[in-house]
Design a protein around this ligand. Structure first.
Ligand code: PLP
Length: 362
């Protein structure tokens, strides 16, 4: 029997109880009318959390990284200029994925811990096909201004990673001009890892690669599997066996969020993040992310001089059942990442995280 953890790292988080309970419901076949209803409703609920009316909004059957792959493989034509804002690990990963799809990548590098410099990104190339950025950089705990990128994108498509923002902080894909977006379930949506909520607007879909090099992630073929069928009434076609239990769990998690109200959920994440960050600073710890651009749901803290980062994380897990994250990339041993996401964005989790850290740091 595994002892329950407090998952206070960069994800996965502990799921909402509703999402966990749904996993124990009777398993449905992927063409069962009851499952098709759940899938359609899940897509509707995803449209709400994305802030989009896009017909093509669906949970891809794989983790957030597959969302990233799907975004690029379906939209990058060989030789296309893709400007990528790189202010952390996931922006870096975007450059790799885009290059593998044949893009001419223009990487706009930033110091880690800083938000995306919108002017530099928008002036990096006169006519990019795609501008790509990470809304919430999980590697650094920084939020960037996607609306400003959307306002200045011109004819380019705006491709956004919302893995650590969806369901936790304000996200308005349509109002902000997001053409292609992908996310994950295991962070603020409060559902186990395994699906990638995805959305693509008409402008991007019309410009898509007709026959992308990925069969599994071909959005043209996936249209019949879900999204479009729900919206246009097109005949449902088999593409792959939908992970029905995971979709049911996402459906329940989204239901939980929408019942509370999206804005109330964002406010709850903000309040928990503010309290955690204030408490950490009162303990004498220094935050890593630039002031004014800190994510509430994922806090980065500098490991104090002389403290063994890994030993503290081990102690937190063994003594208190708490998981926090190491830093990413070059900050692996000099930064901790503390996430309060989904059901963990609560005052009791804040107190527990602070008290346990104080206990372990002595
Ligand atoms: N993008 C961001 C910002 C992430 O934080 C992550 C995962 O932590 C990913 C992409 C990749 O998602 P996954 O690990 O679910 O494949």
């Amino acid at each position: 029997m595994i002892r329950e953890r407090h998952l206070f790292g960069p994800g996965p988080t502990n799921p909402y109880a509703e999402a966990t309970r749904a996993l124990a419901d009777p398993l449905l076949g992927h063409l069962d009318p009851e499952f098709l209803r759940i899938m359609d409703e899940t897509c509707d609920r995803l449209r709400t959390v994305w802030g989009t009316a896009n017909a093509r909004t669906l949970p891809l059957s794989a983790t957030g990284s597959a969302g990233m792959e799907a975004a690029f493989v379906n939209t990058v034509h060989p030789g296309d200029v893709v400007v990528v804002a790189v202010n952390g690990l996931f922006g870096q990963r975007m450059t790799d994925v885009a290059a593998r799809c044949g893009a001419e990548v223009v990487a706009v590098e930033h110091d880690w811990g800083q938000p995306v410099d919108v002017d530099r990104v928008l002036s990096a190339h006169p006519s990019p096909a795609i501008i790509a950025a990470v809304h919430a950089e999980t590697s650094t705990g920084v939020r960037s201004d996607i609306a400003a990128l959307g306002a200045g994108k011109g004819d380019a498509l705006l491709l956004v990673d919302a893995v650590t923002s969806i369901g936790g902080i304000e996200l308005c894909a349509d109002d902000w001009g997001v053409d292609i977006g992908y996310a994950g379930t295991q962070k603020c949506l409060g559902v186990a890892p395994g699906l990638a909520p995805f959305t693509i607007g008409d402008r991007a879909f019309e410009r898509r690669v007709e026959k992308p090099r990925s069969w599994y992630l071909d959005l043209g073929m996936l249209g019949g599997y879900v999204g479009e069928a729900g919206v246009t009434g097109a005949q449902r076609t088999y593409h792959h066996t939908a992970p029905t239990a995971m979709v049911a769990s996402l459906h329940a998690g989204l239901g939980r969020i929408l019942e509370e109200g999206l804005e109330a959920v964002w406010a709850r994440h903000q309040a928990a993040g503010d309290a955690l960050q204030a408490g950490l600073q009162e303990m004498g710890l220094e935050l890593f992310a630039a002031d004014g651009h800190r994510l509430p749901d994922l806090t980065t803290v500098k490991v104090p001089d002389g403290v063994d980062s890994a030993a503290v994380r081990k102690e937190l897990l063994e003594r208190h059942g708490i998981e926090i994250g190491a830093g990413a990339g070059p900050y692996a041993s000099s930064v901790w990442r503390i996430g309060l996401m989904g059901p963990n964005a609560r005052p009791d989790a804040v107190l527990l995280a602070l008290a346990a850290l104080e206990d372990v740091l002595g």
